[in-house]
Design a protein around this ligand. Sequence first.
Ligand SMILES: Cc1ncc(COP(=O)(O)O)c(C=O)c1O
Length: 291
Amino acid sequence: MDVVFLNGEYLPSEQAHLSVDDRGFLFGDGVYEVTPVYGGEPFRLDRHMARLRRGLRGLGIDYDVTGMKGIHREILSRNELKDEEMAVVYFQVTRGAAPRTHHFPPSDTAPTVYAYARRFARREAGEWNRGSSAITIPDSRWARTDIKTLQLLPSVLAQETARRREANDAIFVRDGIAVEGAHSNLFFVRDGVLLTHPASNQILPGITREAILELAGEAGIPVEERPLPSEELPEVSEVFLTGSTTEVRPVVRIDGRPVGDGRPGPVTRTLHGRFLDRIAEECGVALQTVA
Ligand SMILES: Cc1ncc(COP(=O)(O)O)c(C=O)c1O
């Protein structure tokens, strides 16, 4: 039975109830985090907490994130996930429940805090090696995608379009620039240089993205953070996506055309390997290599 955290209590998920006046439900007025957990140890939880804190500040929601660590520990333990190779903790804060007004509710309205923890199946080696396919799609999101808000409708529609076109992922294109995936950051390799969109208001500053940039530096791979026009796509030799559940995912076809030679490339493999090693180091767990 799933045990979830809701407003200070741990309880079976079917006993967790929300007000219909909750602003998360009515407006998508809130932020969330998904933290990957390996062998019971959250990977870079401090970075997730810092991003949530920044998002809360951006939206003017008053919630102190310092309790998150204890909640993560407790919910993993109550769901008996400490020995799983991988799990995720979903953590959400909304502006709380109050009679519907567009402007903020009274300042004594308590935020709604919700978390769950579930086992997560990592991608198998065969699937990783086959690589993933993606479509490009116009980015119809708002202009603050650096905040991880609950308002995910453009990503939901993009992923559904990808599924209908029998692709695995969707890549958002804004003003001719391939910015990021519908739920992941986007990297390219062109002429041996690793390229990714600069951290700006147009992408989510991914915790995995940050780790990959750090690992590329350590591996001596040249990195350039610059916008990549989608018309340059035919020139790139490798493409991969990164994210907390995505890890490092090679993209071998975009809009039906092969990327490079249509197989995961050497830079993607190197960074993927180093990423798994870093997780093993920091979380103290031996991971099954998937590539
Ligand atoms: C739009 C978007 N970009 C990037 C990411 C990757 O971020 P992270 O590596 O912190 O999971 C996500 C994750 O959900 C996302 O939704």
